[in-house]
Design a protein around this ligand. Sequence first.
Ligand SMILES: Cc1cc2nc3c(=O)[nH]c(=O)nc-3n(C[C@H](O)[C@H](O)[C@H](O)COP(=O)(O)OP(=O)(O)OC[C@H]3O[C@@H](n4cnc5c(N)ncnc54)[C@H](O)[C@@H]3O)c2cc1C
Length: 400
Amino acid sequence: MPSSESGAPDEILLVGGGHSHVIVLRELGLRPLAGARLTLVSSAARTPYSGMLPGYVAGHYDFDQVHIDLPRLAAFAGARFVADEVIGIDRGARLAHCRSGRSLSWDLLSINVGSTPRIDLGAEGRAHVVPVKPISGFNQRWLALLQRARLLAAAGDVAARPLTIAVVGGGAAGVELLLSMQYRLRQEFAQLRADPERLHWHLLTRDRDILPTHSRPVRQHFRRVLKARGVRLHLAAAVDDAGAGWLQWQGTDGAERLAADELVWVTRAGGAAWLRDSGLAVDDDGFLRVGETLQVAGETHIFAAGDCASMIDHPREKAGVFAVRMGEPLAGNLRRAVAGRALVAHRPQRRWLALISTGDRYAVASRGAFSTAGHWVWHWKDWIDRRFMRLFADLPGGSA
Ligand SMILES: Cc1cc2nc3c(=O)[nH]c(=O)nc-3n(C[C@H](O)[C@H](O)[C@H](O)COP(=O)(O)OP(=O)(O)OC[C@H]3O[C@@H](n4cnc5c(N)ncnc54)[C@H](O)[C@@H]3O)c2cc1C
């Protein structure tokens, strides 16, 4: 462990302002860590809270309500905030190299940079799709789409052409995002007295059903909702090519093509390319392999948490809830590492509660075989999410 023999403070570098690191920063702000200098480097100064993202798209929350102000949180924790993107690390020299050209040194490194949707297309196809991550990039495209839809709606229904939106990815994020976008755009059309039926929706998934990790009743519930909302569902449709205004997949009768104005990509995620190139232990999806102490396999000075980490003995779905739950044990182990004490194991829960909304302030709760649904579930989720965000808005003794 790096407890400095020289007496100089240890440099702790947090890479990425994800769900685990925001908890770490809050913890270290509440109980400052003596003998360590803390730096947070993150590509975004405002980090989104994933649970509220569909609600933001649906128009239930504004930008500030769903983002955590990282410089302010870092200041609370006594940490230096650096707005930059890490593009590689040198384990020998203990340096993190950033896109701007600067390098940051560390004695202890912790990585919480999330994941990126895997886009199995050539470079040309990739240029025409809108990946949901990074969220900041998605948000810009979403705001542009909103504007485009408003102009189309304002142009009137006579001789106006439809707007077709295709979402690729049938997991909870894809389904929820489609329903939220649809709810919002239909509202915009209705306000401008345009016919919302001019908005056409398609959901494509390579699997045989949507929400494959959820129970049958949950899958049936969402299939019913999608049907009632006029969403065309394409199952077993692995998209393998795309261009300006179209996408293609191999169906049972050969290649099938769909014309779409917007192609949103929300598929299974992988780890960032630089993690794979780092020489650190990664799994087949490019995620860092971590043990129960959240140290990267074979490393004593490097920790990882959230989507970018795969717990070797406890494989779990990629979900913000696990990233959040790793925050406290990670803060504890960083503290122990600085003090030269033994680290403690973290064992994530086996089952977790997913609250998946349908855009219209209605949600489905899903946990293993249990499920329930209603507007009350959405209000419950809203209460949980707002309470989480208050942890960072109402910092003890802090300025608002
Ligand atoms: C539409 C949608 C809805 C979702 N809804 C839910 C939900 O309701 N519940 C749930 O549990 N999960 C949900 N998820 C999944 C959830 O988003 C992820 O599991 C969660 O965001 C993972 O958190 P994280 O902390 O690992 O990473 P992230 O939240 O992705 O945070 C990563 C941070 O690191 C920064 N960063 C990235 N790369 C670098 C770099 N190279 N250098 C420096 N900084 C970097 C980013 O700017 C960001 O601040 C949803 C996902 C989507 C797409």
